[in-house]
Design a protein around this ligand. Structure first.
Ligand code: MN
Length: 196
């Protein structure tokens, strides 16, 4: 776990973003969070608990339920575990200045196995750039793959794709349908204004 980049980018006298790793869940399944973030450009921050930290990607178009659609996922710095509970405004002028909504959260199972069917740990599959998980969120459910591109113009970025299973649904676009926080029920505008 290395959260130095996270710490270095932020002035904690000015932003309310969390610094802690108190949200440890030993013996429980790992957690995920998707935060809708209206910053310089709108995106969805996809974060998975791997190795005691939140591995993070910015997904400009958000997740899809359609296995035919691949969504660009740009890796960002590891976030502390407590970030999974963060919702609120980040002051203008600060790193990531704008509004953060908890768009989905829950736990997940690791699906990744080798050819013999042996489980590959989340840490190893992350290092190999090939993570397969089953999300148990309030909005998203089912298998998702997030795979690193190793060559070509987009090398180093990842692609987030819904895996083919009974939860796939090309006709349901979760990003277009769900506009409120799964925690507070607030819209982005209400979060930005600090309304209850
Ligand atoms: Mn972000």
């Amino acid at each position: 776990m290395n959260q130095d980049e996270y710490q270095a980018k932020r002035d904690f006298k000015r932003t309310n973003e969390p610094q802690g790793n108190t949200l440890k869940k030993d013996g429980h399944p790992p957690i995920f969070v998707i935060q809708k973030h209206d910053a310089s450009t709108l995106h969805y921050d996809f974060r998975l608990e791997i190795g005691g930290t939140l591995k993070s990607w910015a997904v400009p178009k958000g997740p899809s339920n359609d296995p035919a659609i691949k969504r660009m996922a740009i890796p960002t710095e590891d976030h502390p575990m407590d970030y999974a509970w963060f919702e609120g405004p980040i002051p203008e002028g600060e790193y990531g200045g704008g509004t953060v909504m908890i768009w989905d959260k829950g736990s997940f199972d690791n699906l990744k196995t080798d050819k013999e069917g042996n489980k590959i740990s989340l840490e190893d599959s992350y290092e190999q750039g090939n993570v397969e998980i089953f999300l148990k969120g309030e909005r998203l459910r089912g298998g998702y793959a997030i795979i690193k591109m190793k060559s070509g113009r987009m090398a180093g970025n990842w692609l987030l794709t819904k895996m083919k299973d009974e939860h796939a649904n090309p006709d349901f676009d979760p990003v277009k349908t769900a506009n409120r926080s799964v925690v507070s029920g607030k819209t982005m505008e209400e979060i930005a204004k600090g309304m209850n």
